[in-house]
Design a protein around this ligand. Structure first.
Ligand code: C5P
Length: 227
């Protein structure tokens, strides 16, 4: 299991300062929409300059027509990121085209698909997909697997089940982790490290428990010792 630290601070400088504090560690850094739209490629380069061994997950959740997604995937891969994601609801044709394009490149990154956004409640989800979240998330995970993608972004509580319906090596990346039972903040369904381990999560995403701590490095070290 790998730790992926969410760089969700409000400025480029703050995100870089956090990465500098964590530069000794074997971790992944998650760069999301806000930071990437604002700070772009320069931020990614600055992070790699701090420690070339940092792995970068560009969390842009791409969703468009198949050809546009494949083009975008190629552009993302050319940034040198180690992992990025798309929406599984873009469909198997789009995801297969993304993988065909990515696999034709020299150093293909890991590609994941988001199953169901965890912000949905059952009623709002069903008004779009006419299905329960659990059912549709599993259908999306199977589509993702059959499209040749490497894994999914999912709730920690679905990780094991998704692997049992696809393949044990199919990756799961799970946000909403409160490693040692910290405050859940605005997350609805949080899980601690033990649960993430039991659920065989491959990547845990942790944001606030690290960057709101007075000593982010010691929290990261403690997480790594326990995974
Ligand atoms: O601060 P916290 O640990 O809750 O941050 C979790 C990170 O994972 C945030 O960047 C959030 O946007 C992201 N995320 C999430 N739930 C999802 C998908 C992404 O919390 N379903």
């Amino acid at each position: 299991m790998k730790l992926c630290v969410a760089l969700d601070l409000t400025s480029k400088e703050d995100n870089i300062a956090l990465a500098k504090k964590l530069k000794s560690e074997d971790i992944w850094l998650k760069v999301g929409l806000r930071s990437f739209i604002r700070d772009g490629k320069e931020l990614l380069e600055a992070l790699k300059a701090i420690n070339p061994s940092f792995k970068i997950f560009l969390d842009l959740k791409i969703y468009d027509i198949p050809n546009t997604m494949a083009d975008a995937a190629e552009s993302v891969a050319s940034l040198g990121v180690d992992m990025f994601n798309v929406h599984a609801s873009s469909g198997k044709k789009a995801m297969s085209m993304v993988m065909e394009r990515v696999n034709s490149l020299p150093n293909p990154p890991i590609v994941l698909a988001v199953t169901a956004l965890t912000s949905f409640d059952e009623a709002s989800f069903s008004s779009i997909y006419n299905a329960s979240i659990a059912q549709k998330a599993m259908d999306f995970a199977k589509d993702t697997y059959e499209s040749g993608m490497h894994g999914v972004v999912c709730s920690v509580y679905e990780s094991q089940l998704i692997k049992s319906h696809t393949h044990a090596s199919f990756l799961t990346l799970t946000p909403g982790i409160r490693p040692f039972g910290e405050s859940s903040d605005d997350q609805e369904r949080v899980a601690d490290l033990q649960t993430a381990k039991a659920q065989k999560s491959d990547f845990i995403v942790v944001g606030r428990p690290i960057y709101h701590s007075v000593d982010p490095l010691s929290v990261v070290k403690k997480i790594i010792e326990n995974i």
